[in-house]
Design a protein around this ligand. Structure first.
Ligand code: B1M
Length: 212
């Protein structure tokens, strides 16, 4: 019988193939998928998230752990979807128009997925129209925008204005982030939330879901 603590530990160490294999074995043994997710994968990711917040580990460690999480989720995802276990909400994520930086955004996406969000990642250089269309079509709960360059920051405001023009601003929570973004800027443009890092983004997204 696979010990779920072993999955947790291997995830913290960023050992993607081992995590994938252990998760598959646990599934084959008939272990509860919710427990594999919560006591194995999420338990490991939350340790990494906390260590990252305290600057005890840095970006490379988080990225390898997030990759291990992704590897473990591959076989778990369809089973979780069937049972709707740990479903937190639907988030549309993208780096705003004119901006091609995606490392931080990808990390936020992986952490959100790890926390049970369904993530629709629109990639980089995403136009306001595309954000709006996707929110409408997918009936998303949260829009997450990333910007790394000061000149692309105003694009976030454009997206919020486009949501209002399309009369769907009240339907969706808006979260923003990226190195030059601050809480003050988020307030100025009328976003609902800001997070300085991927771990906090998960807490913020959950908080925003709670206020819907
Ligand atoms: Co560029 N770049 N870059 N770059 N780049 C910066 C951002 C810059 C600060 C470097 C510098 O000059 N010191 C600077 C911007 C300056 C400014 O704003 N005034 C800059 C520039 C100027 C440029 C180009 C214009 C360079 C050129 O071509 N002359 C060009 C722009 C291209 C474009 O986008 N149109 C460019 C290109 C590139 C590369 C392609 C080479 C590469 C990007 C590769 C990629 O992303 N696939 C790149 C990189 C790697 C960087 C730096 C070095 C690192 C960015 C990064 O990935 N950080 C960066 C300098 C720096 O930040 N030290 C720089 C790691 C990542 C984990 O952090 O993205 O902040 P970050 O994400 C964090 C948080 O911010 C937060 O969580 C993440 C994890 O903790 N977060 C969110 C992010 N999104 C969030 C969303 C949320 C919540 C939290 O809610 C939705």
């Amino acid at each position: 019988m696979i010990d779920l603590k072993e999955i947790r530990q291997k995830l913290i160490q960023g050992m993607a193939p081992e995590v994938k294999e252990l998760v598959q074995k646990a599934i084959d043994e008939g272990q509860d998928v919710g427990s594999i997710l919560n006591d194995g994968l999420l338990a490991g990711m939350s340790v990494v998230g906390e260590r990252f917040k305290k600057a005890e580990v840095f970006f490379p460690e988080v990225l390898v752990a997030a990759n291990a999480m992704k590897a473990g989720m591959e076989s778990l995802k369809p089973l979780l979807a069937e049972k709707n276990i740990g479903y937190s909400g639907k988030a549309v994520l993208g780096t705003v128009r004119g901006d091609l930086h995606d490392i931080g955004k990808n990390l936020v996406g992986m952490m959100l997925e790890g926390a049970g969000f369904e993530v629709i990642d629109l990639g980089v250089d995403v136009s306001p129209e595309r954000f709006v269309e996707t929110v409408k079509g997918e009936n998303a709960d949260i829009i997450g925008m990333s910007s790394l360059i000061t000149t692309t920051m105003p694009m976030m405001k454009r997206v919020i204005e486009s949501l209002s023009t399309a009369l769907i601003r009240e339907r969706v929570k808006v979260m923003v982030g990226g190195a030059p973004i601050t809480q003050q800027y988020a307030d100025e443009i009328g976003a609902d939330g800001f997070a300085p890092d991927a771990a906090t983004a998960v807490d913020k997204a959950k908080e925003l879901m709670g206020s819907r």
